[in-house]
Design a protein around this ligand. Sequence first.
Ligand code: EPZ
Length: 428
Amino acid sequence: MEKIVINGGIRLKGEIQVSGAKNAAVAILPAVLLCDGVCRIENIPAISDVNVIVRILYELGATVKVINDNTVEIDPKHINSYVLSSEMSSKMRASSYFIGAMLGRFKRARVAPPGGCDFGVRPIDQHIKGFEALGATVTIDNGMVNARAKELVGSSIYLDKVSVGATVNIILAAVKAKGLTIIENAAREPHIVDLANFLNSMGANIMGAGTDVIKIRGVDTLHGTTYSIIPDQIEAGTYMIAAAISGGELMITNVIPKHLESISAKLIEAGVTVEEFDEAVLVRSNGRPKACNVLTMPHPGFPTDMQPQMTAFLALSDGVSVMTEGVWDNRFRYVDQLTLMGAKIKVDGKVAIITGVENFIAAPVKATDLRAGAAMVLAGLATNGTTEIENVEFIDRGYDNIVEKLSAVGANIRRVEFIESGIIRSVI
Ligand code: EPZ
């Protein structure tokens, strides 16, 4: 079993380069299914969620050429299956995107329910609402989502809830449908814009991505393309907090500052210095954070995927902060782990009351999901002593080389493999 082991209390200093956006990559890769040519995709993050999707494409029959850790060329021509087994589908949430992509290509899809981080119920009713509006029949039997359509015809769809996944899936199903599709109350995340730009680079006709009304005029074919994925706003935000929580200073490069606006604003409110450049942000700690209140909301609000990391930071503040989770029903499971390190946080449903403490106490803790794992790494960086974090596979789902990137700016952090006989072998 692998753990991440951190000897914290070191002020980080230096430069960290952000990788491509996980949530853009896991939407763009299934979209390749809709293409009639070869797609070269660059700036892909080297993370396990991406590896799973590329493996799924390969197993469906695509020709995959791995150019390097961050670049693949995919030819979907020989894909001849619209069935995705539970074995692969259950590994992540984004496997649900194969429903929209397969529907868009084959007018058929048979996909096992998606997996993903456990924040309580993660329904796909809005995805299904969109598919049915386009003319598909969707049934669920033996735990498989079956979608089929004689033809897909453009329609107007109002999302009852702002949903990244439903917005992505409806775009994938609509991009080759007949006529105009309008998605209202659409998600506005940067990864939605990146998907639309990718599809438009193949000849799609998508307008309004990034706003809450997206129009998709169906086209007959999509040609091959070369496309580079946007930088990951959540990875960037995580390292911004790494600078602040360690009392250090980091230049974080390969970012789009506009995507970080809500994160920068909250860090500045907490007393952190954030300086913006064209493709970088400089983040400098000014000592103990000031308490402040945070409400997570769909973009352009404060991202829910930054909630655990920000909570870990505010747990060391000079006062009482209120963190309100505006997207998920149950995204505070990690608080028990922070409490093991001495945090004083009281959770009541979707609200956490965070009473700042001066220091955390090093302790063995667990990553309860991807972003919770990142929060435990941040807490370990701020703590004198040795913090051991289990379930690192959660962290590897969404962070490209996190140990190497933090080591390069001074962190004493390594992967350690614990084997049966209890012998410890440092992996990195
Ligand atoms: C995406 O999940 C992200 N995952 C999540 O990031 C992120 O937390 C979430 O969007 C919100 O930004 C990927 O992009 C792979 P939603 P998704 O559909 O699409 C409800 C990470 O850490 N809802 O926007 O599953 C839902 O229950 C991950 O990178 C319905 O009610 O999220 C939730 O309350 C974790 N019916 C809200 O909408 C539906 O049909 C937002 O969910 C769909 C969603």
